[in-house]
Design a protein around this ligand. Structure first.
Ligand SMILES: [Zn+2]
Ligand SMILES: [Zn+2]
Ligand SMILES: [Zn+2]
Ligand SMILES: [Zn+2]
Ligand SMILES: [Zn+2]
Ligand SMILES: [Zn+2]
Length: 365
């Protein structure tokens, strides 16, 4: 977002009254009345000359006389008339504005009144924002110039500071997390397993019934997680991975093995969202053709996240849905939006039938 300071080109000048001399008497013609100025004094302004009584205020029509005048838009004014009737007024104090002003959302302000009363204050440094800035989903506004110079929380995008985020920490694997996000992180295997089973139950209500009891669940750090995946997915976005192995004997599948890895120390809502995504992969491995289009499988897995997030009232759930909606990745973002449109048209049931190949994918998705 951008706004700018502007300068009103209104300046006050002093009227210069000169006297007609023998030398220039012949050549002076009043710009207003057209008669030559033959005796006495005259006013010369911007290369034009006037009888003093014909150098008049564009507001009242009377002579400006031997005093100060204001010039605006090619017109001349008595200072009082200019200030009272012509000059733009500050939307805070109502007083006329000369010189520098700020235009913001259709109104104009004295620079100092804008900064004191109207300006956004930067949520990081507390100073008024006079220029480009960014806004977080949570409503904080930040000067653009902090970008890259201050540590951001990987889980909410807030700048980490003692006052605004109750500090934060850096995990050994390089992730930064603020004090706000830290309050709900999942580090405990038992807590993780409990939440995981809850999500599994929740998905069952949508018909995503995972009929496989033994699914390994491991909380791991980012280095471990990235060693499992061969994807080029931006590493910051990867919060989970599903490992699967189908053991075959003489051409038939004898055993299936699933292990889900989820990043340790992510906030509970991220954990729930990730669990839904990975569980959807398990469901697809069990029910869908193996050679599925990746945009459909990742889009569907993200849609499962959406299904468990949309029922949660915490603002963080809305934040994660917003991230899904804005994801620019072809597989994860576009794939998700394609599935969302598909569900709108065919309902959850139609989507699941299409994923499993029971129904054909309609055209246009
Ligand atoms: Zn004249
Ligand atoms: Zn006037
Ligand atoms: Zn003002
Ligand atoms: Zn700032
Ligand atoms: Zn945070
Ligand atoms: Zn996935």
């Amino acid at each position: 977002m951008i706004f700018s300071f502007k300068l009103i080109i209104t300046l006050s000048f002093f009227v210069i009254i000169s006297s007609v001399t023998e030398v220039n008497a012949q050549s002076l013609t009043c710009y207003q009345c057209g008669y030559s100025i033959t005796s006495g004094s005259y006013v010369s302004v911007d290369g034009k000359v006037f009888h003093p009584e014909h150098f008049t205020c564009a507001y009242c029509g009377r002579s400006i006389g031997n005093t100060q005048y204001y010039k605006d838009n090619g017109n001349y004014y008595h200072p009082d008339h200019y200030k009272q009737f012509i000059a733009p007024k500050c939307a805070v104090c109502g007083q006329p504005i000369e010189g520098q002003y700020v235009e913001y959302e259709g109104k104009i302000y004295h620079k100092n009144h804008y900064e004191e009363q109207i300006a956004l204050l930067c949520s990081f440094c507390g100073l008024p924002i006079n220029g480009t800035y960014s806004k977080t989903f949570w409503g904080e506004s930040y000067h653009d110039y902090h970008e890259g110079r201050v540590v951001k929380c990987d889980y909410c995008q807030r700048y980490i500071s003692d006052e605004k985020t109750a500090g934060g920490i850096r995990y050994d694997d390089g992730r930064n997390i603020c004090g706000i996000c830290l309050t709900s992180v999942i580090n405990d295997d038992n807590v993780a397993r409990h939440l995981f089973e809850e999500v599994k139950k929740e998905l069952r209500r949508y018909g995503i019934d995972i009929r496989w009891d033994e699914i390994g669940l491991y909380l791991v750090d980012r280095n471990y997680l990235s060693s499992l995946t061969d994807e080029n997915r931006v590493i910051e976005k990867q919060t989970g991975f599903t490992y699967h192995r189908f053991e075959t004997f003489r051409g038939t599948v004898r055993n299936k093995k699933f292990d889900i890895y989820i990043l340790k120390g992510i906030p509970e809502m991220e954990f729930i969202s990730t669990a839904a995504h990975e569980l959807m992969h398990v469901w697809m491995y069990l029910n869908a053709p193996y050679d599925m289009d990746k945009a459909i499988s990742e889009g569907s897995a993200n849609y499962a996240s959406y299904l468990v997030l949309k029922n949660r009232s915490l603002y963080r759930a809305k934040y994660l849905i917003d991230n899904l909606e804005k994801d620019q990745d072809y597989f994860y973002g576009d794939g998700y939006r394609r599935i969302k449109r598909l569900v709108r048209a065919k309902r959850v049931n139609g989507w699941l039938n299409i994923v499993t190949g029971k129904e054909r994918m309609p055209t246009g998705y």
